[in-house]
Design a protein around this ligand. Structure first.
Ligand SMILES: [Zn+2]
Length: 59
């Protein structure tokens, strides 16, 4: 057994490819694919923490 495999926070499948993650108020969520990530985003918009961005302050 290994604890390096995360499971998708949407569908519960093993996450084999890292990179599909979202920062939320409950912590970092991992997903198995872009589809699951997108669905989670739609369902939990108020839980998401936007990536740091200062594009509004680039004068
Ligand atoms: Zn999934």
């Amino acid at each position: 057994m290994t604890d390096t495999n995360k499971v998708c926070d949407l569908c519960g499948l093993i996450v084999e490819v890292s990179g599909f993650t979202l920062k939320t108020k409950e912590g970092l969520k991992s997903f198995c694919c872009e589809g699951c990530k997108s669905i989670f985003q739609l369902l939990n918009e108020d839980q998401l923490i936007p990536e740091a961005s200062d594009q509004d302050h680039t004068n």
